[in-house]
Design a protein around this ligand. Sequence first.
Ligand code: ZN
Length: 103
Amino acid sequence: MNHQIDQTILIPKKQVKYRLRDQIFLAWGWCCAYCGSMLGEKDATLDHVLAKKKGGLTIKKNLVACCFGCNSGKSATDWKQWFRSRPYWSEVRERWIEEWLEQ
Ligand SMILES: [Zn+2]
């Protein structure tokens, strides 16, 4: 019990990071924003919709829940261009992502 309290006090920064991460996974229902597959702890990643390399920021609206496969396939490609070339592309998902980016 004491140990847990100590950790809470010592790592507030890390906690904020985890909270943001959890918020994003919850908002996407623990499903990949692109292909819709269910995410487990092991393959749950956050994708920078606008790639970091292209100036994308690590902020909530630029981060979506993403499976490992989509994340590594997308890399720094323009998300829409990449997404539209996928067999699992759907208009609904594309709109969800667009809405997410506009929040
Ligand atoms: Zn995926």
